[in-house]
Write a protein that binds this ligand. Structure first.
Ligand code: ADP
Ligand code: MN
Length: 350
């Protein structure tokens, strides 16, 4: 067993149920999980057929048993976990999964949770729930497009604080308004604010300057196309799962990160040099780690990626061998690709 100081609620949680926690340093996320989600993450860890999907999901570190009010006895499911704690007195415990916190490497994470799929209930749902979920899908963008904007946060450049758009927004809009929603998540910041000595107020109070936003959007689009490719080869049903998109909203950090991760020369020799440099950096960090005063692994001093795109929330995901891919989720991924193409077109200068 391992001591994990669990001290805070996940700050930037843009969707889902309350109760997602992070470790003290914010690098790991602890989320209450149903047996089905545990099962999915164990399969993901072991099954070679899921190798390609693994890089598009948060790293799974293990499970944790927290003392709670939920009565359950799924103890055997957690055996073999990397991190485990079973209460000695055998009190009621519920299982949590420990995942990489995807927003940790960012200075100012803009975060969007897009719920995927047209079917929002699984086999275990009661007839009442099936009826309710079918109605919700029909009344929202889900049934028609395979997506619903669950919620998002976007940093304001003036206040320096994140602004949250709650799930009521994504639930209320029509399919033809999804583009506006995507534009709200990928606003173009005014270049006037780019120079620190400018006193001019920016035209848009949020968003990256176009020269940063364009390569980020373009690469996010490419990754989602890859996710679609991988997902199309799997016989899964992902009910109520999401595509989580996070990108850096801090102008300087985004610029540095793009330089480091996206603009690296793609020639082999250069790449090797970069890898070598990265490795040296890591070694340096590792050495400095022994020094307690070191801040090198703090996200404030380490340049993370300009964005991440991952599939999350496998609470109702199951394997359906022989039944083909999840067409509703694939429709959703196609919708996202179409929306990103439209946004790229909208903001690309003639
Ligand atoms: P729920 O079953 O409550 O919907 P989710 O897995 O969707 O649970 O998580 C809820 C929210 O927590 C997400 O919308 C997202 O904002 C945040 N979240 C979930 N997993 C991660 C992760 N690995 N890294 C960062 N944020 C996450
Ligand atoms: Mn969710």
């Amino acid at each position: 067993s391992m001591d994990i100081p669990v001290t805070q609620a996940l700050g930037p949680q843009v969707g889902g149920h309350a109760g997602v926690l992070t470790t003290e340093d914010g690098s790991l996320l602890i989320k209450p999980a149903l047996p089905q989600e545990l099962e999915f993450y164990y399969a993901l860890r072991q099954d070679p057929a899921l190798d390609d999907l693994r890089s598009f999901t948060p790293t799974f570190l293990g499970t944790l048993k927290l003392e709670g009010k939920v009565e359950s006895s799924d103890a055997d499911l957690t055996s073999g976990a990397g991190i485990e704690h079973v209460d000695a007195e055998g009190k009621d415990m519920f299982s949590s999964i420990v995942l990489e916190n995807l927003s940790y490497p960012f200075l100012k994470p803009n975060i969007l949770d897009i719920k995927l799929g047209t079917v929002l209930y699984d086999d275990s749902a009661s007839p009442e729930k099936v009826a309710r979920m079918e109605k919700t899908a029909k009344e929202t963008t889900s049934l028609e497009t395979g997506v619903r904007l669950t919620g998002f946060q976007v940093y304001d450049n003036i206040t320096g604080l994140p602004v949250n758009t709650p799930k009521s927004y994504g639930k209320s809009i029509k399919a033809h308004e999804l583009g506006e929603g995507i534009a709200k998540f990928f606003p173009v910041g005014s270049p006037a604010a780019a120079s620190s000595d400018s006193t001019e107020a920016p035209a848009s109070s949020s968003g990256l300057p176009l020269e940063s936003l364009l390569p980020i959007l373009q690469t996010i689009r490419e990754e989602i196309a890859e996710i679609k490719q991988v997902f199309s080869s799997l016989e899964l049903r992902m009910v109520g799962g999401s595509l989580l998109i996070i990108y850096e909203a801090d102008w300087k950090r985004a610029e540095d990160s793009i330089e480091k991760y996206l603009l690296g020369d793609s020639e082999d020799e250069e790449e090797k040099d970069n890898d070598k440099a990265d490795k040296e950096d890591e070694e340096e960090v590792a050495e400095d780690d022994e020094d307690e005063d070191s801040e090198d692994t703090d996200p404030a001093t380490t340049i993370g990626p300009p964005f991440v795109v991952k599939l999350i929330d496998f609470a109702h995901t199951k394997f359906v061998p022989g039944q083909g891919p999840d067409e509703g989720v694939i429709l959703g991924l196609d919708t996202v690709l179409r929306l990103l193409d439209a946004r790229l077109k909208e903001i690309t200068p003639p």
